[in-house]
Design a binder for this molecule. Structure first.
Ligand code: CMC
Length: 427
């Protein structure tokens, strides 16, 4: 059986054979289908990219129906159980797990790039104390682009790698300092003797302790959350990073664009939205009325549903288990009871069953972050910190892909035909 698709154009009666590779036809092959020689040719129309593969990628495998997520072939559950975020970041960027020497070298590189130039501190201080930390992150990444001007040399693999390390290393510092600035607390400088998540916790929460040591359970929990958020193939923010990067913009502004996409409540901002929703519901008795309002279309059940997962999000499963470890240290988050009951009711309700709406990664993560002492506004930032390694891996893959060019979708024009300009006196 040939791997082709035969299309008959009923406008002309002509038949075309299009090759099928990896379960896809090439949209550009449709262009030969014309009604006249000067016809532009057939396009496919796919608002929101519901069924269009924009690239070939060897980084993350996702099967939404089966609830499977793998980085470079490794199941997310195994990585969450046995790996560390920095090792996963190496895996995503290099394609293979590091050996002991490679890992030590990688950790050393990241650890020795965590400091931020003193001059850049002034940029952080230009914001009002209550500026949203995601807005600051977007702007600060763009500011780094003005500082590291050699990053524009995106075709040089060494420069590219150097800036990727810088970004991964500095994300926690920038995030923690934005938080400290909002509270008027002095900045805590990176401590290179701590792990990646441990250093972040110290920069966030250290007050006057001379040798701040993060709680090991919370340190590990944060590392696992970072692993779970590191990549998720062609989502909205990754597509933004690839789209902007395809214009050969530098990695800082490409990631500023990705962070801007992640900021939205339908994407990385959902964990913050879940907490606001749980607070608004207030108590278990109010859940049925809330569910009814969602079913009437008056709002969404935040933390539920996914464009790709039509099954339980495998990350949500790991997070639900992780919550128990964290709550043992911090005490239970009082909103947990509402979340558990909400999940139970939603999963047995026809509206959600029919639409295959299951909890996603954001449903429980906010509860953990809150119990660990992070303010709600920091939740999307906690998503952005580890996703930086995914964005960078995808950005590099895009640059090395000979099939990729500047990203430029087509449109179907629906506006007026040509018409003459009307002078003001005649309008
Ligand atoms: N609550 C209630 N109904 C929903 C929800 C929800 N959370 N999500 C989808 N639906 C309904 C939707 O109204 C539609 O119903 P109908 O067929 O009657 O019109 C149906 O389910 C299909 O939904 P859709 O809007 O076509 O799905 P989508 O693929 O465009 O949207 C989504 C995916 C994640 C944006 C959406 O499910 C949503 O808004 N969820 C809440 C926000 C959220 O939790 N986002 C985090 C996503 S995971 C982390 C990340 O990747 O950033």
């Amino acid at each position: 059986m040939a791997d082709t698709l035969t299309i008959t154009d009923n406008r002309t009666g002509k038949t075309y054979d299009l090759p099928i590779a990896d379960g896809a036809i090439r949209a550009a092959d449709l262009r030969q289908i014309k009604v006249a020689a000067d016809d532009f040719g057939l396009m496919s129309y796919d608002p929101a990219f519901m069924n269009t593969a924009s690239c070939r990628s060897a980084i993350t495998y996702l099967d939404g129906d089966a609830g499977i997520l793998r980085y470079r072939g490794y199941p997310i559950e195994q990585l969450a159980e046995q790996s560390t975020y920095l090792e996963v970041a190496y895996l995503l960027m290099h394609g293979e797990l590091p050996n002991a020497t490679q890992l030590a070298g990688w950790q050393h590189s990241v650890t020795t790039h965590t400091f931020v130039h003193e001059f850049l501190k002034r940029a952080l201080e230009g914001y009002r104390y209550d500026a949203h930390p995601m807005g600051r992150l977007v702007a600060f990444l763009a500011t780094l682009s003005t500082f590291y001007t050699d990053a524009k040399d995106i075709r040089d693999p060494d420069i590219r790698k150097q800036h990727a390390v810088r970004i991964i290393a500095k994300m926690p510092t920038i995030a923690a300092w934005a938080y400290r600035h909002s509270l008027g607390r002095p900045y805590v400088y990176p401590d290179n003797s701590l792990s990646y998540p441990g250093n972040f916790l110290a920069m966030m929460f250290q007050i006057a302790e001379p040798n701040y040591k993060p709680n090991p359970v919370l340190e590990r929990a944060l590392d696992v959350l970072f692993i779970l958020h590191a990549d998720h193939e062609q989502n909205c923010s990754t597509s933004a990073a690839r789209g902007v990067g395809s214009a050969e913009s530098d990695p800082y502004v490409s990631l500023a664009a990705a962070s801007a996409a992640l900021y939205g409540p339908l994407h990385g901002g959902a964990n913050e939205a879940v907490l606001r929703m749980l607070r608004k519901i207030g108590n278990v008795k109010a859940i049925p009325a809330f569910i009814e309002s969602v079913k009437k279309g008056e709002g969404k059940l935040m933390g539920f549903g996914h464009r790709v997962y039509k099954n339980y999000d495998p990350r949500a499963k790991v997070i639900k288990k992780l919550a128990d470890d964290v709550f043992e240290v911090t005490g239970k988050n009082p909103l947990l009871e509402i979340a558990l009951e909400l999940e139970k009711i939603a999963l047995s309700d026809d509206y959600f069953i029919k639409r295959k709406l299951y909890p996603n990664v954001d449903f429980y993560s906010g509860l953990i972050y809150q119990a660990m002492g992070f303010p709600m506004e920091m939740f999307p930032v906690l998503f952005a910190i580890p996703r930086a390694s995914g964005w960078l891996s995808q950005w590099m893959e895009m640059l090395d892909d000979p099939e990729q060019k500047i990203s430029r979708p087509r449109q179907i024009y629906t506006g007026s035909d040509a018409r003459d300009y009307v002078p003001m006196s005649k309008r």
